[in-house]
Ligand binder design. Structure first.
Ligand code: ATR
Length: 276
C-alpha cells in the first residue's frame, strides 16, 4: 500500500515522553512537506506485528526507542555496520516488499552536534572519558572510535558493565573505577556524561575537571534540564560545554531525509520549538 502522503513515526513503550514528533513536525512545516510523523505505543509483545502492519499501511520508516532498540536488529532484513557494532538501531526504513533496513544514527548525532557548535573539536588529539555504560554510552563510544580517539576511558557505577563495554569495543577502550574519575579526566579532550544523573529530579553528577585539557569539550546527553549541574560546573571552570538536545536533533536528520526527501537543518528555532 503506497501512501502518497509520506508517513513515519516513532515506536516505544512508553512513548509519551518523546520529543521526536515535535522535531519532525517542525521540519515538515518548514519544508512544506504534507507528511505525518506519529508517536506509537508498541509493547515488546506487539513489536513484530506492529512493524508488519506499519509496512502494510505504507509507512516509509520509524524511529525506535526504548525498549526495542536491540530487538529490531533481529527483525531487520539488513543492518548497517554502525548499528551492528553498537548492537542497537534507532532508525528503520521500510522497503516496498515490507522488509526494512536498520540504522543507528546516535553516534552520528553525538559527533555532528559537537562539530556544529565547535568545528575545531579535535577528538583524536587526546583521550576521552565516557561516564556511564548503558545504551547511550555504546553509541558515544562508537562515535569516538569513528573519530579516531586514541584512548577511551569508561567509568560506570556498576564496574562490570564498564568492563563489558570495554571488551566489546576492543583495546582502545578501557574501564576505570567509579571512584577514579579524576584519573579518567586527566588530559581528556572530551568528557561525556552518558548516565541519567542530573536529569530532572535525579542526583546530579559532580566531577572534578581540573585535569582536563583547557580546550576540552564537556558534553551531557541529558536535555531536561538543558543546563545540568554537570554542565554548569564545567562552564564555571571555563570549559566549552554541549547539552544533550543537539544529539537528539542531529540523530533525527537521517530518518527525516530518507523518509521525507529533504536534508533538514538543526538550528536555534528548532531547539526552541522542541523544548517549548
Ligand atoms: P541508557 O540505555 O539510556 O544509557 P541505562 O542502560 O539505564 O540507560 O543506563 C543508565 C546509566 O546511568 C548507567 O550507566 C547507570 O549506571 P549503572 O550501570 O551502575 O546502573 C547510570 N546511572 C543511573 N543512575 C545513576 C546514579 N544515581 N549514579 C551513578 N550512575 C547512575
Amino acid at each position: 500500500m503506497k501512501q502518497k502522503t509520506p508517513l513515519a513515526g516513532v515506536i516505544g513503550w512508553p512513548i509519551n515522553h518523546t520529543r521526536s514528533p515535535r522535531m519532525h513536525d517542525f521540519w515538515l512545516k518548514r519544508y512544506q512537506i504534507p507528511g505525518h510523523y506519529v508517536p506509537l505505543a508498541v509493547s515488546s509483545e506487539g513489536l513484530e506485528e506492529a512493524l508488519r502492519a506499519m509496512a502494510l499501511l505504507g509507512f516509509r520508516g520509524v524511529n525506535v526507542t526504548l525498549p526495542h532498540k536491540e530487538r529490531v536488529l533481529e527483525l531487520a532484513s539488513s543492518v548497517s555496520e554502525t548499528a551492528r557494532r553498537i548492537g542497537a538501531a534507532n532508525t528503520l526504513t521500510f522497503r516496498e516488499d515490507g522488509s526494512f533496513h536498520a540504522e543507528n544514527t546516535d553516534a552520528y548525532g553525538f559527533s555532528q552536534n559537537i562539530l556544529q557548535q565547535f568545528p575545531d573539536w579535535k577528538p583524536d588529539a587526546g583521550p576521552a572519558l565516557v561516564i556511564g555504560a548503558g545504551g547511550a554510552s555504546r553509541a558515544i563510544v562508537q562515535a569516538l572510535i569513528d573519530a579516531r580517539v586514541p584512548e577511551i576511558r569508561i567509568a560506570n557505577r556498576t564496574q562490570s558493565r564498564a568492563e563489558a563495554l570495554a571488551s566489546h569495543f576492543g583495546p582502545c577502550v578501557s574501564a576505570i573505577g567509579w571512584s577514579d574519575l579524576a584519573r579518567g579526566v586527566d588530559g581528556a579532550v572530551t568528557v561525556v556524561n552518558a548516565t541519567s544523573m542530573g536529569m530532572n529530579g535525579n542526583t546530579p553528577l559532580t566531577v572534578d575537571l581540573h585535569g582536563a585539557c583547557p580546550e576540552a569539550i564537556i558534553a551531557d546527553i541529558i536535555y531536561e534540564p538543558l543546563r545540568t549541574p554537570f554542565l554548569e560546573g564545567a562552564a564555571a571552570q571555563g570549559f566549552r560545554t554541549v547539552d544533550g538536545l543537539g544529539m537528539l536533533l542531529h540523530q533525527g536528520r537521517h530518518g527525516f531525509e530518507s523518509w521525507f526527501g529533504e536534508a533538514p537543518v538543526v538550528d536555534e528555532d528548532l531547539r526552541v520549538y522542541v523544548m517549548g
